[in-house]
Design a protein around this ligand. Structure first.
Ligand code: SAM
Length: 242
């Protein structure tokens, strides 16, 4: 009887601890979103917008970033900065994830292709906003870990694949939007081809002296391409044979 009571008390305290951790993560997420919104406001001259859409704010407040970082970095999960995820790669800064998502002007019915799954965090944010997300990672170990993580978190609208994202994912094309989360030397022509007329792509592109800029690419209804330089950024490079 006494043993049972001790066990019950132990279980109860584990449950209560779990719940209090969850609510402190929730609070930290809200604070992170406040920081992002302030940064969006102060960079409105670059972004061409003052605030994030409600769909993006809701997604950023919902996705548990602490589940996408290495256990030793969990305490930093809701700081507005990139963090290492192993294999020389990083999970992007939350502000960057938010603005890249927002600049795509996504609709709930959209299908989006992401190049550079990494931890799977950006894919999860997208999956809260749109109908389907396709994401490609070139490092096998990262891709498998992200796929398992996303499955465990219950994301059913994300399809993952290991491969060189430079060539896109032709079988599921065309996409309403494409997001590239590693810096390319140019805008990959296969990705331009796989973008729907009327679609948008956001991609960091290297220019002179290795400076990178986030570029917003738009394809009009007739297939004509226009680009707009948004702001200087720093991403890991897009690797591969190209
Ligand atoms: N979106 C990720 C997240 O939310 O954690 C962060 C991406 S990290 C900045 C860039 C990722 O792009 C790395 O995981 C890297 O291995 C991957 N990558 C680099 N070149 C690639 C390629 N050619 N095809 C697919 N993924 C690539």
């Amino acid at each position: 009887m006494r043993q049972k009571t001790v066990l019950l008390l132990l279980l109860l305290s584990i449950l209560l601890f779990g719940e209090s951790m969850e609510s402190s993560y929730e609070k930290a997420r809200k604070e992170m979103v406040d920081v992002i919104q302030r940064e969006v406001k102060s960079t409105r001259g670059y972004l061409g917008r003052e605030r994030l859409g409600k769909n993006v704010i809701d997604a950023m407040e919902k996705v548990p970033r602490h589940a996408f970082v290495l256990p030793m970095n969990r305490k930093y999960a809701y700081e507005n900065r990139p963090l290492p995820i192993g294999y020389g790669q990083t999970i992007s800064q939350p502000y960057i994830v938010a603005i890249m998502t927002d600049l795509l002007d996504l609709d709930p019915s959209d299908r989006v292709l992401e190049i550079g799954t990494g931890s799977g965090y950006q894919a999860a944010v997208l999956a809260e906003v749109v109908k389907e997300v396709y994401t490609i990672e070139v490092i096998g170990e990262l891709g498998v870990a992200a796929s398992n993580r996303l499955e465990k978190l219950g994301y059913k609208n994300i399809k993952t694949r290991i491969g060189d994202g430079y060539y896109g994912w032709k079988e599921h094309a065309p996409y309403d939007a494409i997001i590239v989360t590693a810096a390319a030397g140019n805008i990959p022509p296969p990705l331009l081809q796989q973008l729907k007329p009327g679609g948008r792509m956001i991609i960091p592109v290297k220019s002179l002296f290795q400076v990178q800029h986030l570029i917003l690419v738009s394809k009009d209804d007739k297939g004509a391409i226009t680009t707009r330089q948004i702001l200087p950024v720093r991403f890991v490079p897009l690797t591969g044979k190209h």
